[in-house]
Design a binder for this molecule. Structure first.
Ligand code: ZN
Length: 77
């Protein structure tokens, strides 16, 4: 047993608010406050979650779905 643990309170140190990098609050994890949580929420609601880039290729260019093989092997000529 090594007494080098820094968890003396029960709070997990190291958890920081992704918005302002402040220590996160248990009530608003992983954020530090409701304000930061709202900021993140507004981002999602405002369409910030839309991933910019090319849309999914539905052309089927040589990308056949697996498991689409025919089982009839009566073509034994
Ligand atoms: Zn914050």
């Amino acid at each position: 047993m090594s007494g080098t643990e820094q968890n003396a309170g029960g709070k997990k140190p190291g958890a920081r608010c992704p918005m302002c990098a402040r220590p996160s609050d248990e009530a608003y994890r992983p954020f530090c406050s409701k304000r930061c949580a709202n900021i993140d929420l507004s981002r999602w609601l405002s369409g910030g979650y839309v991933i910019p880039g090319n849309p999914i290729d539905t052309d089927g260019e040589g990308s056949e779905l697996p498991g689409r093989r025919d089982n009839d092997d009566d073509q034994t000529s």
